[in-house]
Design a protein around this ligand. Structure first.
Ligand code: UDP
Length: 485
């Protein structure tokens, strides 16, 4: 290397094997690589298949990016072979504990790779809290990725600091989350069990927080202008170093990258494109509950009836429980009835391509952070239907702070095996008509969504806030002492 050239950093990226983490990780890794960093993504064989074409294309363009395989510990974790991704299990909640406990078996192969390659930095998923210690042993700084926004990280911090939910008896009374820049209210019923009692998950969350405290800082898939008060609050009040590098989905610039992102779509690209091209701008509602959630047959029926009665054109991405014949029957009948008016896609859709299409004017979403930010980046307002994880927090950001969404009003965190309160068709009809209609509130949301889209693009471009934060991080890592040999 020419001695005048800056030192080329080598960064390991180690994502959790779940689409909501793997996808932004790959986008982020590619972003680092486009800034001249040598990048190695560590994952298991079946997960690598989900994005290896994209990496091959990057390599052909001259980027220094590659994949390192480690075996998935199916046997050690007591899981069936052939399932290496949280979203691939027919019923993930039934095996979640085994899956997360099994991740500790990845420590040894990961440590061997660290010893062999001695990268300058590791970006690890929060699900691998041991990475911070094993990296530190070799003098390698580690960054943690949670996969969510500053807003939700600040809410989680407030729960730990002030435990406001512990003084509330009722599950359904609202209470204020203290210490935040805005007055945000939640109910106990919207919180995960690990906040309310000691569970295996709450113990794991404690380990995660400990590893975060010892890490070099966190990476956030967001942009400063989206949530400035919360980005500042996180850095000053929570008191951790953080770099915002998003929206990382904007790393996907060509059709091939967009259409293969996360998986191969189960629909022919030209078929849906022709269909969407035939629709008026902002006239199609996109419906998807992400890569993990599955609705019950009764809930699917309410959604189907609600969409039908609303008269709305739509694309609905369905993830069914393979063993439930009732789910199949309901959705097949619905598909036949809706031919021409709606498109049903099974299993996997090219989401960012859909959201970017001018015909798509609304997104009925479960408020997973990736989907939320992708909708914002595409200028598409949302109907919010949170189910679990931090989705109820994200909903508040969408509806209350950014004001680019309307809620269906779900109040209950979806628990494993628990009874789920139904969202009735009447509610769905009303909110779909409101969001997709011509009323003043909907017009204002569309206009705010367009502004946020422009802000997102500016933040990501050269000179923008996310671009600048990434450049600053790379510079800081260059100045960090090299790993010990
Ligand atoms: N996704 C997709 N096609 C699908 C379902 C999901 O491309 O049919 C992508 C979506 O664009 C997002 C990710 O999968 O990047 C889902 O992450 P999110 O945080 O929204 O929800 P999760 O799946 O983690 O619940």
């Amino acid at each position: 290397m020419d001695s005048t050239e800056p030192y080329q950093l080598h960064v390991f990226f180690f994502p959790l094997m779940a689409q909501g983490h793997l996808i932004p990780f790959v986008d982020m890794a590619r972003r680092f690589s486009s800034h001249g960093v040598k990048v190695t993504i560590i994952t298991t064989p079946l997960n690598a298949c989900l994005f290896s074409n994209t990496i091959d294309r990057d390599k052909q363009l001259g980027l220094d990016i590659s994949i390192q395989l480690i075996p998935f510990p199916s046997e050690e974790a007591g899981l069936p072979k052939g399932y290496e991704n949280a979203g691939s299990f027919p019923n993930f909640s039934a095996v979640a504990l085994k899956f997360f406990n099994g991740l500790s078996f990845l420590q040894q192969p990961f440590e061997e790779l660290l010893q062999e390659h001695r990268p300058d930095c590791v970006v690890a998923d929060m699900a691998f809290p041991w990475v911070t210690d094993v990296s530190a042993k070799l003098g390698i700084p580690s960054l943690i990725f949670h996969g969510t926004c500053f807003f939700s990280l600040c809410i989680s911090d407030s729960f730990r600091r002030y435990t406001p939910h512990e003084n509330i008896k009722s599950e359904t009374d609202t209470f204020v989350v203290p210490g935040l820049p805005d007055q945000i209210e939640l109910t106990r019923s919207q919180l995960s069990d690990d906040l309310k009692k000691k569970t295996d998950l709450s113990k794991m969350m404690e380990r995660i927080r400990e590893s975060e405290r010892k890490s070099f800082g966190i990476l956030v898939n967001s942009f400063y202008e989206l949530e400035p008060a919360y980005a500042d609050h996180y850095r000053t009040v929570v008191g951790r170093k953080a770099w915002h590098v998003g929206p990382v989905s904007l790393s996907n610039r060509n059709i091939a990258d967009k259409s293969e992102r996360g998986n191969r779509a189960s629909i022919n690209e030209h078929a849906w494109l022709r269909w969407l091209d035939s629709k008026k701008p902002n006239s199609v509602l996109y419906v998807s509950f992400g890569s993990m959630a599955r609705l019950t047959a009764t809930q699917l029926l309410e959604v189907a009836m609600g969409i039908e009665a609303s008269g709305q054109s739509f694309i609905w991405v369905l993830r069914l429980n393979a063993e439930d014949s009732e789910q199949r029957r309901i959705t097949e009948e619905f598909e036949k009835k809706m031919e021409g008016r709606g498109l049903i896609i099974r299993d996997w859709a090219p989401q960012i391509l859909f959201l970017d299409h001018p015909a798509v004017g609304g997104f009925l979403t479960h408020c997973g952070w990736n989907s939320t930010l992708e909708s914002i980046s595409a200028g598409v307002p949302m109907i919010t239907w949170p189910l679990f994880a931090e989705q109820f927090y994200n909903e508040k950001l969408i509806t209350q702070v950014l004001k680019v969404g309307m809620s269906v009003g779900t109040m209950e965190y979806q628990r494993v095996g628990g009874e789920k309160a139904l969202v009735k068709r009447e509610v769905i009809i009303k909110v779909v008509e409101q969001l997709m209609g011509v009323g003043e509130e909907a017009e204002q949301m569309r206009s705010r969504a367009r502004e946020l889209k422009e802000m997102a693009e500016r933040a990501f471009e050269e000179g923008g806030s996310s671009y600048a934060d990434l450049t600053a991080l790379i510079e800081e890592l260059r100045l960090h002492p090299r790993p010990t040999v």
